[in-house]
Ligand binder design. Structure first.
Ligand code: SF4
Ligand code: SF4
Length: 381
């Protein structure tokens, strides 16, 4: 449990936490605040802050919060001069749906997840995947860094709600592993014990420290296969003054709201097992689902940011499966809707679903089968 602590060789450390707007806001806050509070236990001043404090942080859009810890107040003040740090020592992606990078409200185009990570810095990702699988989804490295994979699934909750699944404590353990000069394991354990009085939370910190896998990433590793946005967004010089929201006819979508550029995972739907419960339609933060003539719900992929909430709220096992974007051909698959294919030829569609998702398209239980049968053969079809 003890951790070798050496004197910091730098005057400060900057950590950015990339998360999906609102759903993971509290998670990101807890990580950043805990970094600062743990560092204060050894006398290092620090501060935690968010880049966004208003409504643009919404709808599953990648957003950032920061924690800065310094050797003394003077260094901290110098660090605080940066509104948004352009160089960070550690980047944390709170789950692997974010490793493709960040496209925020503040600029057009996607930035790689490692965009601000300094040479030989760290990128921490919570994931059930192997490090090699994650590297395959990140942009080709232009400087070396170390990927640190914290075992765990994506942590999502409702708007502003915090899901107490210990993702924050595991990430703090991982931070103590990669930045022991600034974040001591003993300090984090003591802080979490104090705050939670829960030995399981402390054990999660230790688990994050012990189980996090480090994987050096060399220049040139990663993918250059992410698609380029296929449409033009208006630049700031062509934006209209004031707040203008065009009225749209029923069935039309805003032609500029296309968030797929930052999508690492794509939801694919098994229409045969869908029970038409409307949960995906209700809970998708970007209102990506359209109701089809058969009463099923299909994803409008150009609007989908890949947050994974639909797969989490769907009550039918494997009815919505999140699939790596790299499994789709950027040209052939593009962002086209797939429900018409299912409607035209269910056998071929189900084979495609199985090839992409890796799971069977057959109903998983008698209850699901009954529901599916009702859905697939009901009068609406
Ligand atoms: S369709 Fe699913 S993955 Fe895409 S934005 Fe909506 S909830 Fe997120
Ligand atoms: S895809 Fe899942 S969540 Fe959406 S309507 Fe069908 S069963 Fe419900």
């Amino acid at each position: 449990m003890s951790q070798t602590v050496t004197a910091p060789t730098t005057t400060d450390i900057t950590i950015e936490v990339v998360y999906r707007g609102i759903f993971q806001k509290t998670l990101a806050q807890r990580i950043c605040r805990s970094v600062v509070l743990a560092a204060r236990r050894r006398g290092s001043p620090g501060t935690a802050f968010a880049r966004y404090g208003d409504s643009p942080e919404r709808n599953g859009v990648p957003a950032k919060q920061f924690a800065v810890v310094a050797a003394d107040d003077t260094q901290l003040e110098a660090s605080m001069a940066r509104y948004e740090p352009s160089v960070t020592d550690v980047t944390v992606a709170v789950d692997d749906t974010l490793v493709k990078g960040v496209e925020s409200w503040a600029w057009y185009g996607r930035q790689p997840i490692w965009k601000t990570t300094k040479p030989d810095g760290f990128v921490i990702v919570t994931s059930d995947k192997t490090p090699d699988e994650i590297v395959a989804q990140t942009d080709t490295a232009v400087r070396p860094y170390t990927l640190a994979v914290v075992p765990g699934a994506a942590s999502f909750a409702g708007l502003w709600v915090y899901k107490d699944d210990h993702t924050d404590w595991r990430v703090l353990g991982a931070l103590a592993k990669v930045a022991p000069d600034w974040i001591r394991l003993e300090d984090v354990r003591a802080l979490v014990q104090e705050q939670t009085k829960d030995p399981n939370a402390v054990a999660s910190v230790q688990y994050g420290f012990d189980a996090t896998v480090l994987r050096p990433v060399a220049v040139g590793e990663g993918t250059s296969g992410h698609e380029v946005l296929q449409f033009e967004k208006p630049g700031w010089t062509t934006m209209r003054p004031g707040i203008v929201v065009d009225a749209r006819k029923p069935g039309e979508r805003n032609p500029f709201y296309k968030k797929y550029g930052a999508r690492t995972m794509r939801p694919v739907v098994n229409f045969d097992t869908c029970i038409k419960c409307t949960m995906c339609w209700l809970d998708c933060p970007d209102e990506c689902f359209e109701v089809t003539p058969t009463g099923h719900y299909e994803v409008v992929y150009e609007a989908c940011i890949g947050c994974g909430i639909c797969a989490q709220v769907c009550p039918v096992k494997d009815c919505i499966v999140m699939v790596d974007e790299l499994k789709f051909d950027p040209d052939l698959d593009a962002n086209k809707t797939v429900w018409p294919q299912w409607q035209a030829d269910r056998g071929t569609y189900n084979k495609w679903f199985e090839a992409k998702s890796g799971v069977s398209a057959a109903p998983k239980s008698a209850k699901a089968a009954a529901s599916s049968g009702a859905a697939a053969t009901g009068g609406e079809d």
